[in-house]
Design a protein around this ligand. Structure first.
Ligand SMILES: Cc1ncc(COP(=O)(O)O)c(C=O)c1O
Length: 444
């Protein structure tokens, strides 16, 4: 059986409620629409670096980072120290008073952005960031409609639920109006395949058609993730966003890059996912990994676009909270000081090569895809029909947990294993992960 690499950390003894008691309390008192992973849910009570510990002290390799959110590692000492220091000094002010945290953080975040993207708005979640981006695009252009992509996930608020394009996340209520979804640019499942050098341009033509057939012809915005995360780590063909942005801009749109999952170096080659497609968005939204687990998100845009929102007050109580800002600043420092983007590139390439090797052995693997440490392994019943191997994927996922590896699962049919660990994992962890997934796929 695969062995986790040695790790010098003893978790604290746990003497709280048992998993059965917690499950019961969740059932009785917590939102019944949330779901838990695994037939028999596990309880996580401690995290350190790339590892998680359950109430018995059992260690797991975290291959999913709390849904692509723990970017620099669980309880990273520098992040913890920054948050603790801020908690002991002043926890909350709102922006009605000056506090250095928000100003310093905005300056440091802006320094990470290309071009004229330098005005930061701080909010509390990815959904809120995307809602704000949509408002901004509408206020700036005077247009209303938006084009998003099929297979996208942009949030669960009433506004972003309209952008999201999976029936599984949508309630049967009126969402925000005026959103059309263009064809998903997926070279594995779509009509233009991996071998078509013009696939990017061909998929992007559907953005122009969606505008022509589904809107007044003038739109406020085009929004896309740089790699579709919840949709199963779908990577667009080269040139897709460039052509899509051209079509959208010709119809008056601002282009919004949703970097909630792909940002902060995770793709390995670039700090921002949109840079892997060589485009310059007008608005960038970010969340999750930005704060390594604290409720922090941001929208960054140009001074010109920001002026369009200045005609009214824009305020939220917790946006720019001193503790979140301290934590966000620490995350930026750790990514830089520990070379985590380069680590994503190296370990990501190592894992990709390993998964490709597994694909040679297990015919259930239909495609290995992704960039850096944002990877997907799509499972299919048959490589020709590409019928999603949903039940098998669920079984592999359970087996991985039993063997000590926690990963994610995604795509509309839930047949893609999502590998998005904290960006600090080591090669020995990657070896463990490959060995576990190999064992979990055996005989499936
Ligand atoms: C790409 C993307 N955008 C937006 C969101 C919404 O973020 P939040 O759950 O913080 O509202 C998510 C969440 O999974 C996401 O993956």
């Amino acid at each position: 059986m695969a062995q986790l690499p040695p790790f010098d950390h003893t978790p604290l003894p746990y003497d709280g409620p048992t998993p059965a008691e917690v499950l019961k309390m969740r059932k009785d008192f917590v939102n019944p629409a949330i779901f838990h992973y695994y037939k028999k849910p596990i309880m996580i009570v401690e995290g350190k670096g790339q590892y998680l510990f359950d109430e018995t002290g059992r260690r797991y390799l975290d291959g999913f980072g709390g849904i692509v959110t723990v970017s620099v590692g669980h309880c990273h000492p520098e992040v913890v120290k920054a948050a603790n220091q801020q908690n002991e000094t002043i926890q909350h002010t709102t922006t009605i008073y000056l506090n250095p945290g928000i100003a310093l953080y905005a300056k440091e975040l802006a320094a990470k952005m290309p071009g004229d993207l330098k005005v930061c708005y701080f909010v509390n979640s990815g959904s809120e960031a995307n809602d704000l981006a949509v408002l901004m695009a509408r206020a700036h252009t005077g247009n209303y409609d938006l084009v998003a992509l099929r297979n996208a996930y942009h949030g669960g608020s009433p506004g972003t639920m309209a952008l999201t394009s999976h029936h599984t996340w949508k309630f049967n209520v009126p969402h925000s109006f005026g959103v059309q979804h263009a064809r998903m640019p997926d070279p594995y499942r779509g009509p233009f395949g991996m071998d078509d050098p013009d696939a990017g341009k061909k998929y992007a033509a559907d953005v122009a058609e969606t505008i022509q057939f589904g809107t007044s012809g003038r739109i406020a915005g085009f929004i896309a993730e740089s790699i579709q995360g919840v949709g199963g780590s779908v990577v667009f063909p080269d040139g897709y966003l460039k052509h899509a942005y051209e079509h959208a801009r010709a119809a008056g749109a601002l282009c919004i890059a949703d970097e909630v999952q792909a940002g902060f170096g995770r793709t390995g080659t670039h700090f921002w996912g949109f840079e892997t497609q060589g485009v310059m968005p007008d608005i960038v939204t970010m969340a999750k990994g930005i704060g390594n687990g604290c409720p922090l998100a941001a929208v960054v845009t140009t001074p010109e676009i920001a002026r369009s929102l200045a005609s009214r007050i824009h305020f939220n109580t917790f946006g720019g909270n001193p503790v979140s800002c301290a934590q966000g600043r620490a995350v930026l420092r750790v990514i830089e000081n520990e070379g985590l983007q380069a680590n994503c590139l190296n370990i990501g390439a190592y894992l990709t090569a390993g998964f490709e090797k597994l694909a040679g052995k297990h015919s259930i693997i239909g495609q290995v895809r992704g960039k850096g440490l944002m990877l997907g392994v799509e499972l299919v019943k048959d490589r020709n029909t590409k019928e999603p191997a949903k039940e098998q994927c669920a079984e592999v996922f359970e087996r991985c947990k039993d063997l000590g590896l926690l990963i994610g699962k995604g795509g509309l049919w839930g047949n893609t294993l999502r590998i998005k660990p904290p960006m600090c994992i080591h090669q020995a962890d990657a070896d463990f992960m490959l060995e576990v997934i190999d064992a979990a796929l055996a005989g499936i």
